[in-house]
Design a protein around this ligand. Sequence first.
Ligand code: PMP
Length: 451
Amino acid sequence: MTPQPNPQVGAAVKAADRAHVFHSWSAQELIDPLAVAGADGSYFWDYDGNRYLDFTSGLVFTNIGYQHPKVVAAIQEQAASLTTFAPAFAVEARSEAARLIAERTPGDLDKIFFTNGGAEAVENATRMARLHTGRPKVLSAYRSYHGATSTAINLTGDPRRWPSDQGAAGVVHFWAPFLYRSPFYAETEQQECERALQHLEDTIAFEGPATIAAVILETVPGTAGIMTPPPGYLQGVRELCDRHGIVFILDEVMAGFGRTGKWFAADHYDVVPDLMTFAKGVNSGYVPLGGVAISGAIADTFGKRPYPGGLTYSGHPLACAAAVATINVMAEERVVENAAHLGETLIGPALRELAERHPSVGEVRGLGMFWALELVKNKETREPLTPYNAAGEANAPMAAFGAAAKKNGLWPFINMNRTHVVPPCNITEAEAKEGLAALDEALTVADGYTA
Ligand code: PMP
């Protein structure tokens, strides 16, 4: 429903926010958060009556858009019948959510450990891997994001790790494939794949296989730039892990639940991890929920021996009721199929066409409703439109691009020199076209910074 404009209320909401809310990832005095009056489907509104098409899906979590009536109703019904209950009991919403998730996860990932979000899922997956193997180290990729809690931020391979890095005990980073900015000086996907696998094999050999509990990778790294892995890479990592008794963890917190046009991104690459983390799309973020899907072998480790980890709100009934309703909506309304179809037939081709016309677009990558545009100063040199980890004035080109998009009613996802096109997976064709037209205009502003 469209909310009524009410600038006075908006100003009060904003004033209280600025007085008392301490925001994530922000210099508190330098931010100017938009006061949001309401949201519906693929849109949200501010208190001045401006409408924005959300090409960010929140933080890439509203896979079925905002305020889906069936999910809202399911949360209301759960609140009316059993709002909360402790984790050590069997509760209908929790059991049903686990069943629906396990039915869709690949291979024998049939046991579900629930958390309140993605970072906790990563914390628990690494703990399970360490206890299962009795080994200390975890290998993770540069250009990755795994969350902001202690272990998860140490695993993260982007600059957000630096201030929190305590020497990253037990964490070793390696390079995953990324042809556009190849760490291996490769020129083809096949070369990139072979060299990345050789590099990981060498890393394992030099770290000592018997000291490595797990390799963790985002199936398609999200926040770091939606780098779809070359064919054969993930299978190669699976083989290396099998050869050395290393647990293979895929982090599908962002890529899971329809985002890539399949239930899980792993389904595109025909690979089954030992542990798979999820959150976000599992219930479109309506109530905080995440989890780890666990293979039979790792679940068996904790068959007779207790698992030493848990959370007060593990599998919270409200969050699980929202997950049950979301998964059912996704199946009934063919949301995953929509993401695949519109990604392949409309968004992908349209973005590639934009890349041909705009000098600022260096590369387009992605699949489903999961796309990145790499904005550059110069297509030949591939120099990013803003320097790596730019802040303040250095980030002016991306800020100007973002402001132009918002002026045209499009809320874009911006990270470093990239914009990600990650709308709700149930976006309509008309909405997608509207957003692409606004993006086209905003890119003209970015073009002004090319040389
Ligand atoms: N893993 C991945 C791949 C993510 O994208 C994120 C969040 N962007 C996380 C983990 C952390 O999730 P949360 O913010 O829910 O802790």
